[in-house]
Design a binder for this molecule. Structure first.
Ligand code: ATP
Ligand code: MG
Length: 283
């Protein structure tokens, strides 16, 4: 049985639980406990603060964990980075008050920087020969410059709205992060086999995101033009219809290209166009 560590509450909890559910690892939504057995997969979920997930996996108290790459990089513990999960995207950036005249990294020499990610910042400054004072703060880092606690900050940025509302500008993007699946480096083979199964399910779920299944009837005379217009995993499925002048064409398309494709196909005489939602794509 696999033990999987997931953030108990916070930004990654919901999407982590959704991904697990889509992959066939479901736990009861009511009366959530600290440790819960999945109904349909040999796994149990342990709910933790995200800060504790890398260590829990490193020492083997959990076999796998779902956590932001930023936490993994900060802790610097020995865990396997097994898979990027495509959500929780953000970056760790240096930001300075917008009134400052920022000229480049040397700006930070002799400055005080507030952050909750001191190790990542220490490594970045060491690699770039910058000598700055790093102040570790666990609360709201973005208010440190206004409060006179620091000259600049190194913090998580996603939309940038928090920086703007605190009069700061992002000047260096240091690390890009998203949720990742991490694993204990010494998983026994039977757990590794379950982990691989889970990873291929996660991949199938991710492949289905933003995709639609498109079906339509096309006059045989326009078939080749329609096929040329369509993307397909191998090539579109073509099925003859009872009326020999027509056929049905079916394929998977990207949602953001959907309307252009539909309009072009209508131009080629397509009729009865159906767009179906799609759950998973197993390659
Ligand atoms: P915990 O109580 O588990 O310690 P937390 O307060 O440390 O939670 P959250 O704010 O829930 O953490 O964020 C969890 C993760 O979400 C971050 O470590 C990061 O990987 C990701 N994330 C994505 N966008 C943002 C953002 N705008 N601000 C903060 N974290 C973000
Ligand atoms: Mg945390």
């Amino acid at each position: 049985m696999l033990r999987i560590a997931v953030q108990a509450k916070g930004r990654l909890n919901e999407q982590s639980m959704d991904l697990l559910k889509e992959a066939g690892v479901t736990v009861s939504q009511e009366k959530r406990k600290f440790l819960m057995r999945a109904a349909d997969f040999p796994a149990e979920i342990i709910f933790l603060r995200d800060d504790d997930i890398p260590q829990t996996v490193a020492i083997g108290a959990a076999d796998l964990g779902i956590v932001g790459y930023n936490e993994v990089a900060e802790k610097g513990l020995e865990v396997n980075l097994m898979q990027k999960l495509g959500f929780g995207g953000c970056r760790l950036s240096l930001a300075v008050p917008k009134t400052e005249n920022y000229t480049g990294l040397e700006y930070f020499n002799g400055k005080r920087i507030a952050t909750s990610y001191p190790e990542i910042l220490r490594r970045f400054f060491a690699d770039n020969d910058i000598d700055a004072e790093i102040h570790t703060i666990t609360g709201s880092v973005e208010i440190a410059p206004t409060a006179g606690l620091a000259d600049a900050i190194f913090d998580i940025v996603s939309s940038g709205g928090t920086l703007v509302s605190n009069g700061l500008v992002e000047v260096e993007k240091v690390v890009f992060s998203e949720a990742v699946l991490i694993g204990n480096p010494e998983l026994p083979e039977e757990k590794m086999a379950l982990a691989r199964k889970l990873m291929s399910r996660f991949e199938a779920v991710r492949n289905g995101i933003g995709k639609k299944y498109l079906l339509m009837n096309i006059p045989v005379s326009s078939l080749q033009k329609a096929i040329d217009r369509l993307p397909a995993m191998r090539s579109p499925t073509v099925i003859p219809l009872a009326n020999g002048d027509w056929c049905s064409v079916q394929t998977v398309v990207d949602e953001n290209n959907l309307w252009n494709i539909i309009e072009d196909l209508k131009g080629l005489g397509a009729e009865g166009i159906l767009v179906l939602s799609l759950d998973k794509i197993v390659m």
